[in-house]
Design a protein around this ligand. Structure first.
Ligand code: ARG
Length: 484
């Protein structure tokens, strides 16, 4: 929808009959939600048409009025899509703006639309309709980003790199395995948004201001027309509940935390100290003073936007926590968090899909880093354990081997079998000959970064073979996902 054109001139408010003086100029801006809630307009109109159809079917309004209301609302929807609708701040919110315009267009029939409802159940309905659609768009973008991870992982299932704990080199992993970790996180994110969309899909309309209505309404018919799974069961809860916004923001915060962790890695990996990946030029910026710089602005921004998202969640929770039942105007403020979060998610997911697809790993830098960090020490310990040395003893042997390698400034594989056998014999108090035979003849393979990664081929392991299996599974999953 085009950005809102807002008429800032004060006009009479919809409830002005009750008041003796016009609204203070300062309150106009403070009270009005039209600068942000105009986004609900098309959903509001859809809900109004369903409501009016039901009112006519129940003989609450004359049948001919429904036809006129529907035509009027469809005309307004067209003006909104064309960007010609004039929003008025004095009319406070999207609901009053549309209702006033409807009456201007079609006369008295327009004044019948608001029978048996209140803005309280109206806004709750529009927000749910809006968020349901927003979530569908976000889930689709999550799928696109997952696809980018899967394609990169498929291409780099064999690529070796150090895996880290405490940001210290820990054990060799494959780049494909590392990337697929993000596929898994996004899979859970998708599930969280799905849960939120399922839970919010109950119609609150018919709750009216808070107590329901004395008219013989048919809520099920409205729910059916609007694609809700059912109707809410308590009118007071229905008009005051904004759990669906909180759940959405919580899912959004977790997703942004994931992308922030990825950002942190990309920032480190693309630094000259690591040199593991090059970010595509089209997603980087330069420095105005240092010609050599290529800056990772996009992951930095995402890391900051994750912080903003946590703020939106915390802010919205704080808005809700002290509200007595039922509706309070505090609720209006949760809309801004909802719209802002949606915009952050959509843009971040889209940018990251391109960024991830364009990552260029540097195989030799990754391998060198894995080799330099004694990343296969655990593999040596595991070898000794497989040959009946108790794990604690094996751990001690390997600790000495690492110390020796450190002293000589070489990788474990560079020490040579004789040195390792000697250290082992000394530590365990056994014959050198026996130490040699325990080590066997596959020591070099065990100590190699590739041998280490390849040996972890179980489900969930880092071996290229295991990564390829997960890639195939992920592709199946994505191909079965709706809308892709
Ligand atoms: N713009 C309002 C909101 O977003 C609509 C409901 C107003 N209800 C009221 N009782 N003032 O919450």
């Amino acid at each position: 929808m085009a950005a809102a054109h807002i008429d800032m001139q004060a006009r009479t408010a919809a409830w002005s009959g009750r008041f003796n003086e016009a609204m203070d100029e300062r309150l106009l801006g403070y009270n009005a939600s039209i600068p942000f809630d105009y986004r609900l307009a098309l959903h509001d109109i859809r809900a109004s048409i369903a409501h009016a159809r039901m009112l006519a079917a129940q003989a609450i309004i004359p049948q001919p009025d429904f036809a006129v209301i529907e035509q009027g609302l469809l005309g307004i929807a067209q003006d909104i899509r064309d960007g010609t609708f004039q929003w008025s701040r004095a009319l406070e919110d999207v609901h009053f703006n549309i209702e006033r315009r409807l009456t201007e267009r079609i006369g008295d029939a327009g004044k019948r639309l608001h029978t048996a409802r209140s803005r309280n159940d109206q806004v709750a309905t529009s927000m749910r309709l809006y968020l349901r659609e927003a979530i569908a768009g976000i889930r689709q973008r999550i799928r696109h980003l997952q696809r980018a991870f899967v394609e990169q992982a498929s291409q780099h299932a064999d690529l070796l790199m150090p895996g880290f704990t405490h940001l210290q080199v820990a054990q060799p992993v494959t780049f494909g395995h590392h990337l697929m970790a993000y596929f898994e996180m996004l899979e859970r994110d998708d599930g969280r948004f799905g849960d939120c969309a399922t839970r919010l899909n109950q119609l609150p309309l018919g709750s009216a201001a808070l107590a329901g209505t004395s008219f013989p309404i048919d809520r099920e018919a409205v729910a059916h027309e609007l694609g809700f799974d059912g109707v809410t069961r308590n009118s007071m809860d229905s008009v005051s509940d904004r759990d669906f916004v909180l759940e959405f923001l919580a899912a959004a915060a977790v997703l942004m935390i994931h992308l922030s962790r990825l950002s942190e890695e990309l920032i480190l990996w693309s630094s000259s100290a690591f040199g593991f990946v090059a970010l595509p030029d089209r997603f980087c910026t330069g420095s105005s003073i240092m010609p050599q710089k290529k800056n990772p602005d996009i992951p930095e921004l995402a890391r900051a936007k994750a912080g903003r998202m946590l703020g939106l969640l915390t802010g919205a929770m704080a808005m809700m926590k002290a509200q007595p039942l039922a509706y309070n105007k505090d609720n209006q403020e949760t809309q801004e968090a909802m719209f802002d979060a949606e915009q952050v998610l959509v843009t971040t997911l889209e940018v990251f899909t391109g960024l991830v697809a364009g990552l260029q790993p540097n195989a030799s830098r990754m391998l060198a880093a894995a080799d330099a960090g004694y990343a296969t020490a655990t593999d040596l310990a595991d070898l000794l354990v497989r040959r009946s040395i108790p794990f604690r003893d094996a751990h001690e042997v390997v600790a000495r081997v690492v110390r020796q390698a450190e002293a000589q400034g070489c990788p474990l594989a560079g020490l040579g079998e004789e040195v390792i056998a000697t250290l082992m014999a000394q530590t365990l108090g056994i014959e050198l000959q026996r130490a040699r035979s325990i080590l066997g003849d596959d020591l070099q393979r065990v100590l190699s970064v590739r041998g280490s990664a390849e040996s972890r081929s179980h489900t969930g392991g880092t071996a290229p073979e295991a990564v390829r299996r997960e890639v195939a599974r992920a592709r199946q999953l994505l191909n079965a996902a709706p809308g892709l």
